[in-house]
Write a protein that binds this ligand. Structure first.
Ligand SMILES: [Zn+2]
Ligand SMILES: [Zn+2]
Length: 135
C-alpha cells in the first residue's frame, strides 16, 4: 500500500504526492494560468496586477502567488506590485519589503551577537576561575 498520498489543498482530491503541493489536475491548471499571465505580461509589460487580472481572467490572488514564488520576476515589469507580508508596503519581489528585510536581518544579527556575547562572558569567567591559584 502506498501511503505517499495527500489531499490536494485546492480541490480536495486525493493524489499521489509530488514535489509540488497540488494534484496533477490543479497543477496543469496552474501551469496554464501561469502561461496566460506570462504571455500577457510579455506583450503588456507595464500592466498592474489588477489590469492583468481583468484582461486575462486570472484571479489576482493567483497572479500574486506567482509573484511571491518569484516565478514572475517583476524587475522589468515594475508596475506589478503586491503587499509586503509583514507591513503591507507595495513590493515587487520576494515576500517582504526592503526595510522589513533589513529589520529582520538586524534582529537576526543582534540575536547572534547576544549569543556570542554570552559565550564570551562564560569564557572570561572560566578563564578567571581557571587561573586562580589554589590555596
Ligand atoms: Zn487539485
Ligand atoms: Zn514590509
Amino acid at each position: 500500500m502506498d501511503l505517499n498520498v495527500a489531499n490536494c489543498p485546492r480541490c480536495g482530491r486525493i493524489y499521489a504526492k509530488t514535489l509540488r503541493n497540488l494534484c496533477p489536475d490543479c497543477l496543469r491548471e496552474e501551469e496554464e494560468l501561469y502561461e496566460i499571465v506570462y504571455r500577457y505580461l510579455r506583450d503588456n509589460p507595464k500592466s498592474t496586477v489588477q489590469q492583468v487580472s481583468e484582461n486575462t481572467g486570472v484571479p489576482e490572488e493567483r497572479i500574486l502567488g506567482f509573484l511571491r514564488q518569484d516565478r514572475i520576476m517583476s524587475s522589468e515589469w515594475s508596475q506589478l506590485t503586491y503587499p509586503c507580508e509583514r507591513c503591507g508596503t507595495q513590493i515587487n519581489t520576494g515576500r517582504f519589503c526592503e526595510s522589513c528585510n533589513q529589520e529582520m536581518q538586524q534582529s537576526l544579527d543582534s540575536a547572534a551577537r547576544s549569543i556570542k556575547g554570552k559565550n564570551a562572558d562564560q569564557q572570561r569567567s572560566g578563564y578567571h576561575i581557571g587561573t586562580r591559584r589554589p590555596r
